[in-house]
Design a protein. Structure first.
Ligand code: HEM
Length: 227
């Protein structure tokens, strides 16, 4: 019995460690991507210039993309496996006490927000990455504005903008639990640290959601209120 108990604990700790490392990579990507997206506030030249600069280093870009796909896949496979295992295992069979993040809304909706983000990334790539950057969707006042025009026209559609804002709230909610779990994995084990990690994670999640959502909100305000 004690062998099975310690092997359960060991495999769970290993999963959480790999998950935490992949999580750090994904949070890093989200912050860098957010910073890049903020160039939209500089106008078409600044935003398109940033995108063209990125695409000017194809090898580096592809190495980063492959790394991102690998950690995203790792994250999805491990979390889904753990979720299925947790559903099938009655935790009380093992007298093992592992500290977990407090069970708020973010924790309870983790699998739902995770699945929604997974679907969102597919739609998002079709929207922007694989879009025709010189086509009809890039036109503003009859002139192609490249990727800037594609993003602008995308968010000038209130349904699409609302979809993005809703999904950015899911990203924030997902992060609010993920960051708290990360802190616990890396040692926040006493009550006080767990509480501090939980509040910090909620603030961080909210800030990321607000910062990303500011882009579709900005386009809507410019188009319908100031345009
Ligand atoms: C308002 C929110 C967002 C905006 C305006 C936005 C904008 C963009 C744009 C314009 C691109 C194409 C870049 C290019 O081709 O040069 C892109 C690519 C991408 N975005 Fe977003 N994004 C947003 C949120 C997110 C979120 C929350 C995620 C992740 C959950 C994400 C993941 C990606 C990925 C994986 C790519 C492909 C990167 C690549 O081609 O190397 N985006 N995004």
């Amino acid at each position: 019995m004690s062998v099975s108990r310690s092997s359960v604990l060991r495999s769970s700790v290993l999963h959480e460690l790999v998950l935490a490392l992949a999580g750090i990579g994904l949070v890093g990507f989200l912050l860098v991507h957010l910073a890049g997206n903020f160039f939209i506030y500089g106008g078409p030249e600044v935003f398109n210039g940033y995108s063209e600069k990125l695409h000017g280093f194809p090898v580096t870009l592809w190495v980063a993309r492959i790394g991102l796909i690998a950690i995203f896949a790792l994250h999805v496979v491990i979390t889904t496996t753990m979720w299925i295992k947790n559903r099938n295992t009655r935790a009380q069979r093992y007298a093992v006490t592992v500290r977990r993040a407090p069970k708020g809304l973010g924790t309870r909706t983790m699998i739902i927000t995770g699945a929604l983000i997974f679907v969102f990334v597919g739609i998002h790539l079709l929207d922007f990455t694989f879009a025709d950057k010189e086509g009809l969707n890039s036109l503003l006042n009859g002139e192609s504005q490249g990727l800037y025009g594609v993003v602008w026209n995308g968010f000038a559609n209130p349904v699409r903008a609302a979809f993005y804002i809703l999904l950015m709230c899911c990203v924030g909610l997902h992060l609010s639990h993920a960051i708290s779990s990360l802190c616990i994995t890396f040692g926040a084990q006493n009550e006080r640290f767990v509480a501090i990690a939980d509040v910090t994670a909620k603030i961080f999640g909210a800030l990321v959601a607000i910062a990303y959502s500011s882009i579709p909100v900005y386009v809507l305000v410019q188009t319908y209120l100031l345009g």
